[in-house]
Design a protein around this ligand. Sequence first.
Ligand code: PDD
Length: 287
Amino acid sequence: MPRIAYVNGRYVAHRDAQVHVEDRGYQFADGVYEVCEVARGQIMDMTGHLDRLGRSLGELSIAWPLHRAALEAIIGEVVRRNRVRNGLVYLQVTRGVAPRDHVFPAAGTRPALVVTAKRTDPAAAARRAEAGLAVITVPENRWERVDIKTVGLLPNVLARQKAKLAGAQEAWFVDPDGTVKEGAATNAWIVTKGGVLVTRPAEFGILRGITRTTLFSVARSLGLEIEERGFTVEEAKAAREAFITAATTVVMPIVSIDGQPVANGHPGSVALSLRAAFFDVAEKRPA
Ligand code: PDD
């Protein structure tokens, strides 16, 4: 079955889906994006993702490309047309197409919208969770506004590639004082020896992950305590567990950091139970 993409008002074959050479996303990374998980035919946490999209657009003074309800309908339609039961929806909004100039284009330039969807294999993800992932650490080198989900992801791309070359699956950005910020495309967590979940506050310096926010409710449903504070790489290495969260991974246990095992080097039971309980707690919208 051919994949379908939505590009600026039209549903087109994915292989022919194109944007203009002067799209400001292409030339300046002048755009924002969201990724939502689709699980068992349901779009997860769409409200949270679209709220954050609105915030990202507002911070950059980019208008909504169309009414929110219309965007929700398009997201559902792209999922349906691609017959995605388990997978991911990607949506990207840029400031639009205009002659190259750093200043904003003329008022009335329409933001450009692309929506795509792809299938993922839940069995493969379950196997990854059973094995656990390895992370490396890299110095924080991103701009200060990483709270905005922009498509300007070059440091994240380079960090992920470095992780891959090191045989790891994620890279954690670390501040000069040794505290962990977040992953290249995930939020970072540890579980202390006392069983408390720890994650960095999201007021600044990291993306406020939608999965991270939902995990607060998941933790509550399991009677687990959460502390929002910074933690160092050393604390993470000595922790009972470490894990990451994102729409693409849900909850994934971390079993090694810079080649050193976390605890006994096996996925932790807290991370795995959070992963198992996630679907029940997250907001679900039929596609
Ligand atoms: N990334 N931090 C960063 C830097 C991210 O890029 C992401 C998500 C997250 C987790 O956010 P959420 O729980 O809302 O997915 C944290 C997406 C999935 C991506 O770039 O593919």
